[in-house]
Write a protein of this length. Structure first.
Length: 125
C-alpha cells in the first residue's frame, strides 16, 4: 500500500472543551469523545466521518506532550464556506482570509481556531 491520501487527522489543542465548543459552533455539528487506547491522559473529540464516502476521519487531541498552532492546514468540506465563516468570530476564532475564489477548484477561507490553529474551509459554491 502506498501513502497517497489522508486517512486521519488530529488538530492539537490546549483546552479540549473550548476547542470542542468552537468546532461544534462553527461547523454546526457534534463531536464525540474518543478514548486513546494507549494513553488514558490523552483527551480526544472525534469529528463525524463517513470514511466510506469521504475517506478521512479525525479528532481534536489534547495531549500533554504536544502543542497546537503548527504549520499544517486541514481543510473541511462545506456546502458554502461563507456560512461556517460567518460563525467563526462569535465562536471565539478569527477569520484570516475571507471566502475567496480559487477558480475551477471552488472557494476557500482560512480561519484561526481558539487554540491558535489555522484551519481551511472549502466549498464548490
Amino acid at each position: 500500500m502506498s501513502a497517497k491520501h489522508v486517512v486521519w487527522f488530529e488538530i492539537l489543542v490546549n483546552d479540549i472543551e473550548r476547542a470542542q465548543t468552537f468546532y461544534e459552533t462553527v461547523m454546526a455539528t457534534s463531536l464525540d469523545a474518543l478514548a486513546d487506547p494507549t494513553d488514558e491522559t490523552v483527551q480526544m473529540r472525534m469529528f463525524p466521518a463517513d470514511t466510506e464516502q469521504h475517506g478521512c476521519g479525525g479528532a481534536l487531541v489534547q495531549n500533554r506532550d504536544a502543542s497546537p498552532g503548527g504549520s499544517n492546514v486541514i481543510y473541511f468540506s462545506c456546502d458554502d464556506c461563507s456560512v461556517e465563516e460567518s460563525r467563526v468570530e462569535a465562536a471565539g476564532g478569527k477569520v484570516l482570509q475571507s471566502k475567496m475564489d480559487i477558480g475551477e477548484y471552488g472557494f476557500v477561507c482560512l480561519i484561526k481556531d481558539t487554540e491558535g490553529n489555522t484551519v481551511g474551509l472549502h466549498s464548490m459554491q
